[in-house]
Design a protein around this ligand. Structure first.
Ligand SMILES: Nc1ncnc2c1ncn2[C@@H]1O[C@H](COP(=O)(O)OP(=O)(O)OP(=O)(O)O)[C@@H](O)[C@H]1O
Length: 308
């Protein structure tokens, strides 16, 4: 649904984005992550047809971004990182303004505006002035305006930045709802825990280069040579620890009270055999947990923190 093919962007002598390839399938929620200045907004603004490529191209729903930007605009709802809302306009007028820009007929506009206001939980603010809304509400209104032409693709640049925790949870719930409605969503965020909950795939960019991208599970798996095992012992802890220590897969071991945290270089089969051995030798365990890495772990492993 969204592709970048050798896309690159220079600002004068400076290469902001090198030459990147990226593919996002229909129905995905793709988290685009990277340190400050990595090239996320540049790539996003190109896909939203607001910036010309220095090299390469991209497609959205099969339309070339460089050659057919008008077709791309019809299928994309774009929310910029620094959104502006027009003062002196009421909420419904703001949405009507965008609906007119998308050439939606007058009869349909009223219905569509009511629907998006309801979806974004802003119906009660319909006649309020935009500049009187809280930041969270303005952000929701901005998301509402990306939906008025019912685009299959949403490109959202930091939609939850500056929001309080409750408003963030609401944005997350909204993303899930939009995914359920069949939208393909590209979202950039610094808040990794936020993305981990709702993304199906991710791309990590640093210094204008894609370091890794794909379905979130496969990204985790690729980084999972060493896994972290957490064991809590109920009985025969010494036997359990000596089984761990004698394992060739063991890379490090921390023991606090009845809990052991072991870094193991092994696969699923190796983990299963370890548990079988413990049980066979009379070790009783309360917890045997093969701890999943977090998106933060992935991010810290993949990026070098070279951009600031
Ligand atoms: N108009 C411009 N002129 C010159 N340099 C620019 C311009 N826009 C962006 N850059 C530079 O290009 C690089 C990539 O910027 P971009 O905004 O794409 O990064 P980002 O990953 O979105 O960062 P952030 O997370 O801080 O928003 C940065 O070094 C930035 O300073």
């Amino acid at each position: 649904m969204i592709e970048l093919n050798g896309f690159g962007k220079d600002y004068g002598d400076f290469t902001a984005v090198d030459c990147i390839d990226m593919k996002i399938e229909a129905g995905e929620v793709f988290g685009f992550i990277g340190p400050n200045g990595a090239g996320k907004s540049t790539s996003i603004r190109f896909l939203a047809t607001l910036l010309k490529a220095s090299r390469g191209d991209g497609t959205v729903a099969g339309h070339s971004v460089s050659r057919d930007p008008m077709a791309v605009r019809r299928v994309v709802g774009y929310m910029p990182d620094n959104f502006g809302v027009y003062d002196g306009m009421r909420v419904w007028e703001f949405l009507d303004f965008f609906a007119v820009a998308y050439q939606i007929r007058k009869e349909a506009r009223k219905r569509i505006i009511s629907e998006v206001l309801e979806l974004l939980d802003l119906s009660h603010k319909r006649d309020d002035f935009v500049n009187g809304l809280s930041r969270g509400m303005k952000q929701r209104l901005c998301l509402a305006k990306t939906l008025v032409h019912d685009p299959p693709v949403l490109i959202l640049d930091e939609p939850a930045s500056g929001l309080d925790p409750r408003a963030r949870v609401e944005v997350k719930a909204l993303l899930k709802e939009l995914r359920r409605m069949g939208k393909t969503i590209l979202i950039s965020s610094h808040i990794l825990t936020e993305l981990a909950d709702c993304c199906t795939s991710i791309g990590i960019i640093e210094r204008g280069k894609i370091l890794m991208h794909g379905p979130i599970d496969s990204v985790y798996r690729q980084l999972r040579r060493n896994r972290v095992l957490e064991v809590s012992f109920l009985e025969n802890q010494d036997a359990g620890l000596s089984i761990l220590r004698s394992s060739e897969a063991l890379r490090s071991l921390d023991v606090i009270g009845d809990k052991a945290t072991a870094e193991m270089e092994t696969d699923d089969e190796g983990m299963a055999q370890l548990l079988e051995r413990m049980l066979a030798e009379g070790v009783r365990v309360r917890k045997f947990n093969d701890k999943d890495p977090t998106l933060e772990d992935v991010f810290m492993t993949v990026t070098k923190g070279l951009v600031s």
